[in-house]
Write a protein that binds this ligand. Structure first.
Ligand SMILES: Cc1cc2nc3c(=O)[nH]c(=O)nc-3n(C[C@H](O)[C@H](O)[C@H](O)COP(=O)(O)OP(=O)(O)OC[C@H]3O[C@@H](n4cnc5c(N)ncnc54)[C@H](O)[C@@H]3O)c2cc1C
Length: 373
């Protein structure tokens, strides 16, 4: 039973954001930029963001060469350009807002390992550079002349460098978002799982140990990514689990740094504090990984271990020290779903595998959507 004080002070807000990941926090901050006097509440089910935002690999990327070529199979050239532009501008926006030091952003570039079957992509480097020229005003991709020096396995036939990609510390990104929320007086309640949206009345129901607490707001924004169908069914949203592993520190200095892509972006790795961070591999079992349950799929893990042992460290692979999973959201359309459901309720979900790059912009789109109407 709620107290008089709780009912009087804690339940009514101008805006409630459901979901405290990158998108939810970015939305709350950018809303407060426009409406500094409004009361904003973020309801997050976990103690920490409990989807993808603090469980990802921290790649500040916008698409490797083969990913862009794949996109061109299903999208027009101008759609692909717009997608890359949005991701790149999203990265610039967070770097500008929070600062490279606070994000621990490193601009060491992106690298794609090319195997025999991807060799034809090398012939299209110039074509893709031309396509992306309007955004970057210079060539994005180049073939490394001396990739053998990196020490990768013999399967790697070439390495393509992308000078505009980088990496950040995903925890520091969330810390920066939390700090901005704090400075702006945005209230974040964690351990607050929304069980029901009573949209017409602007009510958001949280079940707290059997007691139903009804929070009320003029606007409710749902930023729950892969978990959205449990609140709003019948949306084009499919979950996709991702695995990340981090090894023990290596006893010698790793000779490479940067954000590395392999197998058309399905596998990615980087050097963090002289450890290997390796993740991805969802394509080994798409069906098994279409879940919102956290967990480790042995098929995916074995695939990543094999890549670590045969491709990344063909001489002596280090031991894995930790592993975790996170949940992404996909749909038929690669773009996020930013939409008004009714006058009081809007959503920004389905961030795919590049929410670090597009999360902030997606929050901005959502704020613009409700501000316009
Ligand atoms: C393993 C992995 C690696 C990745 N690597 C990268 C990368 O290197 N670079 C990159 O750009 N992107 C990467 N991504 C994708 C990126 O992390 C996501 O696109 C981004 O975090 C999505 O942010 P979000 O806020 O939409 O979703 P989420 O982070 O999932 O946030 C949604 C939040 O809603 C909360 N929630 C859900 N249901 C409820 C409810 N009923 N009530 C209250 N709260 C609720 C969840 O707990 C969660 O915190 C990766 C993702 C994964 C899983």
């Amino acid at each position: 039973m709620l107290s008089f004080w709780e009912k009087k002070n804690f339940l009514n807000h101008d805006l409630i954001v459901v979901g405290g990941g990158i998108v939810g926090l970015s939305t709350a901050i950018q809303y407060k930029d426009i409406f500094p006097d409004h009361q904003v509440l973020v309801l997050e089910k976990g103690v920490f963001p409990s989807g993808a935002s603090s469980r990802n690999a921290g790649f500040a990327c916008f698409g490797s060469l083969t990913e862009i070529l794949d996109d061109l199979e299903v999208l027009t050239k101008s759609e692909v350009l717009a997608l890359v532009q949005k991701r790149y501008e999203g990265l610039l926006a967070i770097r500008q807002r929070f600062g490279d030091v606070h994000l621990d952003y490193k601009g060491d570039g992106g690298f794609e390992l090319i195997t025999e079957q991807e060799l034809p992509a090398l012939k299209r480097v110039e074509e893709i550079n031309e396509l992306l020229f309007p955004v970057f005003k210079q060539s994005v991709f180049s073939v490394l002349p001396d990739h053998q020096q990196l020490g990768f396995g013999s399967k790697v036939k070439a390495v393509i460098r992308n000078g505009f990609e980088g990496e950040l510390d995903s925890g520091k990104f969330i810390n920066s978002l939390w700090k901005a929320c704090n400075e702006k007086g945005i209230k974040i309640l964690t351990g607050a799982k929304v069980s029901e949206l009573l949209a017409e009345e602007g009510l958001v129901q949280v079940n707290d140990q059997g007691e139903k607490i009804n929070f009320k707001a003029n606007q409710v924004l749902v930023c729950t990514n892969a978990f959205t169908p449990s609140l709003l069914p019948d949306m084009d949203i499919r979950p996709g689990r991702g695995l990340v592993m981090v090894t023990e520190p290596l006893p010698y200095q790793i000779s490479w740094k940067g954000a590395f892509h392999y197998d058309k972006g399905y596998v990615y790795f980087r050097n963090i504090d002289n450890r290997l961070l390796l993740g991805g591999g969802r394509n080994m079992d798409f069906e098994g990984e279409e879940t919102t349950d956290f967990g480790i799929n042995p098929k995916v893990k074995n695939h990543l271990m094999e890549i670590m042992e045969k491709v990344i460290f063909p001489n002596a692979a280090p031991k894995v020290e930790m592993e975790w999973s996170g949940i992404m959201a996909f749909g038929m359309d690669k773009r996020p779903l930013v939409k008004k459901i009714n006058p009081n309720l809007s959503i920004a979900v389905r961030l795919g595998g590049m929410g670090v790059a597009i999360g902030w912009q997606t929050g901005s789109e959502l704020v613009n959507l409700i501000n316009k109407s």
